[in-house]
Design a protein around this ligand. Structure first.
Ligand code: CMC
Length: 436
């Protein structure tokens, strides 16, 4: 039987901050978590001082309390339930990490087997879901198919739409983690006009995903252990990342009481943006645009030009201001895959040259802009034969684990309430419609 999420323990009190405004003053407690920045608890700010806070992009706002993932952006640290990402990527499997994120602890051997069996059992889609795919154009972006089909799962698995108890929430979580690779792989097959490949019980999660992407009735897919290991690692590295844009979207949607299929569809939509999960696809597009090493200086000049919208894709991060620990592992995995193929990809050479150039440039040094995870993931995917349009869908497959873990955690939070941010209104004051 699976373990339950650890019970909620209130953060500790760590001093207080006094704010005075217009003759009134109030004291706000400072809370401390296990690691990371302390936070000022400003929940009484409006009641006491009739003030809101202003924090566009929520860069300095802790929107919730969480026990799942921790990032230290200055030190380049990423922990899942306390375990460093480097150790998990090297020594765990994706289902083990999924279990860890969902339930709080690494599984025993028995728990692992039960969990993997549950995933395997639920990986098959209801046969009628095949019909969804026919409604899409063949050139539909896989993310649009993913988004629509995940939302549509609610019509087939009503047991997962009941959010009132832990057991049905857990069933929904397993449905989503198990089915998302099948949907993503079928979206690819549909774009190719090839028959859908069904999941197999004798393959691991990553092997199954690769097989569903590449097997054909005329040519069975030979599982390459270097590729399936690389896929497993990529899924682990992308599984969760604290309160990023898509995860916050999932929590926000979940705060309304919406069922998990709708919440995860919302997360997929948020992930699609080029500033978030769409970046790996954008990196490859950028490398194609640059074309060759000689054009790097011109491209970098455009990136630095304040009047242009061009950004160096795969560089920079809202939180990591030193290095992205995922990028280091990704670079190593990239080398392993390319060695296995025994070829040097000209795009990779271009990427390496671009990286070297940018890391020596004052613009990037001063702003602490380093390669992020997406700088390398696209190159690995390309080497494995995965088309660019599928890159963000792969990210979504991995991140579904983080999304459902965070969605489940939010349900057990005694402070849970509907998200309702405020605003600084700068539009017109009240005015009459007449006369006009
Ligand atoms: N290329 C050029 N300049 C950049 C870049 C970039 N990639 N990223 C940030 N800057 C500049 C930005 O213009 C600003 O300059 P200035 O101070 O002169 O105005 C400064 O660096 C600070 O940037 P910011 O806009 O405050 O950074 P942010 O935290 O709002 O944005 C980001 C983070 C990831 C959206 C951004 O770095 C970016 O657009 N990167 C490219 C897209 C990308 O690779 N995204 C994947 C992120 S990793 C995957 C994930 O975890 O989702």
């Amino acid at each position: 039987m699976t373990q339950t999420t650890p019970s909620f323990t209130p953060p500790q009190d760590e001093g207080a901050v006094k704010i005075s405004y217009k003759g009134k003053s109030s004291t706000f407690p400072v809370l401390t978590g296990t690691s990371g920045n302390n936070v000022i608890d400003i929940r009484n700010l409006q009641k006491d001082l009739d003030l809101f806070t202003f924090d566009p992009g929520l860069g300095t706002t802790a929107s919730c309390e969480s026990k799942i993932t921790f990032i230290d952006g200055d030190k380049g640290v990423l922990l899942y339930r306390g375990y460093p990402i480097t150790q998990l990527a090297e020594h765990s499997s994706f289902p083990e990490v999924a279990y860890l994120l969902l339930y709080g602890n690494l599984p025993t051997r028995h728990e692992y087997k039960v969990f993997v069996d549950r995933l395997e059992e639920k990986s098959l889609l209801h046969e009628q879901i095949r019909n969804f795919f026919n409604g899409f154009r063949r050139d539909a972006h896989p993310m649009s198919i993913l988004c629509g089909t995940v939302a549509g799962l609610s019509a087939f698995y009503p047991e997962g739409t009941d959010t009132s108890n832990e057991e049905s929430r857990d069933i929904a979580a397993v449905h989503l983690i198990a089915k998302i690779p099948t949907i993503a792989a079928w979206a690819y097959k549909y774009s190719r006009g090839e028959p859908f490949v069904y999941p197999r019980a004798d393959y691991s999660y990553s092997e199954n995903f690769l097989n569903m992407l590449f097997a054909r009735p005329d040519t069975p897919y030979q599982i390459n252990p270097i590729f399936s290991k690389a896929m497993d690692r990529i899924l682990i590295l992308h599984a969760d990342h604290e309160q990023n844009a898509s995860t916050s979207t999932v929590r926000l949607t979940g705060s309304t009481g919406a069922h998990p299929f709708a919440c995860i569809a919302a997360g997929i939509a948020a992930l699609w943006g080029p500033a978030h999960g769409g970046a790996n696809e954008a990196v490859l597009k950028m490398l194609h645009t640059i074309g060759s090493k000689e054009n790097i200086p011109d491209y970098i000049a455009q990136v630095k030009d304040k009047n242009s919208d061009v950004r160096l894709m795969g560089f920079g991060h809202r939180v990591y201001k030193n290095f992205d620990p995922r990028a280091k592992i990704m670079k190593k995995t990239c080398d392993e895959v390319l060695n296995e193929l025994g070829e040097q990809d000209p795009l990779l050479e271009l990427a390496m040259e671009l990286e070297k150039y940018a890391l020596q440039d004052d613009y990037f040094v001063q702003r602490k802009l380093y390669p992020n995870v997406d700088f390398y993931s696209g190159i690995i995917f390309k080497a494995m034969g995965i088309p660019e349009s599928m890159f963000t869908a792969l990210f979504a497959v991995a991140r579904t684990v983080g999304w459902v873990s965070q969605w489940k955690e939010a349900f057990n939070d005694p402070l849970r309430r509907i998200y309702r941010p405020r605003q600084l209104y700068t539009g017109p004051g009240e005015r009459d419609l007449w006369p006009r």
